[in-house]
Design a protein around this ligand. Sequence first.
Ligand SMILES: [Zn+2]
Length: 369
Amino acid sequence: MLDNFVYSPRWWRIDVPSEVVLSKDGVGDLLRLLGEKKKQPFFILDTALKGQTRFKLLLERSGDALFLFDATTSEPRTSDVDSLVKSIQERTPDPDVIVGVGGGSVMDLAKAVGICLKNSKTAAEYQGWGFDMAPGVDVWVAPTLNGTGAELTPIAVLRGPEKKLGINTPLVAPKVAVIDPQLSNGVRKFNRFYTMMDCYYHHYEITRSKTSVKDAVLDAEDGLILCRRVLSRDLSRYDLEAAIDSARASILGGSSSTGGRVGASHAISYGLSNSGPTLSHSVAVTISMLGLAALYPDGGYDETLKYLETNAIPTPRARDYGIDASQVDKMTTTALGMDKLWQSHFGEGWEKTVTREFVRNIYEKIVAA
Ligand SMILES: [Zn+2]
């Protein structure tokens, strides 16, 4: 099964910026490639890898060129990036590659550190699009959670002092992505489930987008089939077949987001994320989808309920994350600013439908749920 995966021909249509290395010994291949290319790496690893034998060699080899990031409490903050950049700059010798091994948060942190090492402003000053930036230090990644697509995307999502927003530039895309579906063996069911829910929403929304290019839609359609297959099973235990499907769907998530665009449930999720500092992206999109039954009559909403039930996951609510009616105004303003996502969902003339009143109603329903 694993051999089939490792030797399978390319299954995505849209070119991706990273060299994709399919592997059945992710840690071994990563260390071998670093050695062959005579790289001087600095490692950013998820704290959760510490107790897992699979990663023992990686932890040993990293020595003190290592930062462990605890992804359980928060996504990476711009302040995490700034302090890590400073401490790496004080080291000798300078690393020529930042290696991120972990879930989406760890990979995003590695991507942000890589670019900020060669650009003088603080990370928060680069949150957004269109900044004039120098190429950073190369970033290599190996995902230990499948479905984020972060192993390929040119975005490093960060929580800043004001808002959660990505550093968006082709310069942050990883140079090398080592994909071994076995690396996700130690992931908790909660993360395995919700990460694939987000992957499913990406593919689902792109297939319905009015502004996505054809090949992105085709990649998203393939991704959707894989996500549905994974989410229809019980994910309480690690299963290689599901992990391989998830790894394939994740790559398609990375490829389809080049030329493809998500829609309304992501627009609504950003308001929720900004108001809920402990709310992870994947749970935020799920809560959004549950408030959008009217916009997604052919899947999205009904399937979300079905997958939650299959995996006995309680229905997530905004109020579990401290979000209430007093934040509806602020969330409405955030979501209204996501013009490209609304345009993706409704096409030209979206402004006629997506009024302040329209968005406010959605949030009122979500906070009352
Ligand atoms: Zn998402």
